[in-house]
Write a protein that binds this ligand. Structure first.
Ligand code: ATP
Length: 221
């Protein structure tokens, strides 16, 4: 099973700042959950701890019944969409999508078929041979999403800064992320500090303030 459970999760940065305070929650297998709160409330820190990019100060993170605390990031079966796509400009679209499989020494025929089906899912099979520097921003966004699904993760983590483009591109990204959740059945954790966006998604919202989860009725817009 691919639900995520956080138990008494805490994060204190080396400078002593307590960024995440005793967060506990359960996210079900296949669920789409939106984390919302003002900038600095600890949303990204939680996502980075789940992804293994940030050390956990105390507490436990489970994927299904597997304790992730000591599992290396590359073995966690999670994929992350962060920071304005983070594609390699010198490689083509095919190579960018398939990079995670190439690094894990998958056979060429498996890489071919997985890259092809991820590209078809994101409606970009016709640009696989193009260099990143020659494609549009919208195509880069879809390439990054194809790369996120190609390793067949169980959980998909999407941070705020993944798509900071114009409103149209962000809406397109949200449509693709929702399709990934619904059609590929990936448990999805989505971060936004845009209240209206969180509401419009019509999914479960975790409201945060000052490093803590707070009840929806206590949240002040
Ligand atoms: N390496 C660090 N050292 C000290 N404090 C940090 C560090 N990284 C983040 N913080 C602080 O931890 C708090 C939570 O940061 P985090 O990025 O998780 O917030 P966020 O809710 O995702 O906000 P944003 O939407 O701006 O990214 C912030 O006050 C931030 O300044």
């Amino acid at each position: 099973m691919s639900g995520i459970t956080l138990k008494n999760l805490n994060k204190t940065y080396p400078n002593g700042f307590l960024s995440v305070k005793n967060v506990s929650l359960s996210i079900e297998d296949g669920e789409f959950v939106t984390f919302h709160g003002p900038s600095g409330c600890g949303k990204s820190t939680i996502l980075r701890m789940i992804g293994g990019l940030e050390e956990i100060t105390s507490g436990e993170i489970y994927l299904g019944d597997v304790l992730l605390n000591e599992v290396l990031p590359r073995d966690r079966r999670l994929s992350m969409a962060f920071q304005n796509y983070a594609l390699y400009p010198g490689l083509n679209v095919y190579e960018n999508i398939g990079l995670g499989l190439t690094l894990r020494d998958f056979p060429r025929n498996i890489i071919d078929s997985r890259v092809q089906s991820a590209a078809e899912f994101l409606q970009i099979p016709d640009i696989l041979n193009k260099k990143i520097r020659s494609i549009t921003e919208a195509q880069k966004q879809k390439t990054a999403l194809a790369r996120a699904i190609v390793c067949h993760p169980k959980v998909f983590l999407v941070d705020e800064d993944f798509s900071k483009g114009n409103a149209r591109r962000r809406a397109e990204m949200l449509r693709d992320v929702l399709r990934i959740n619904q059609e590929l059945k990936l448990t999805t954790l989505y971060i936004t500090n845009d209240y209206q966006e969180a509401i419009n998604l019509k999914k479960k919202i975790i409201f945060m303030k000052d490093g803590e989860i707070i009840p929806a009725e206590e949240y002040e817009v």
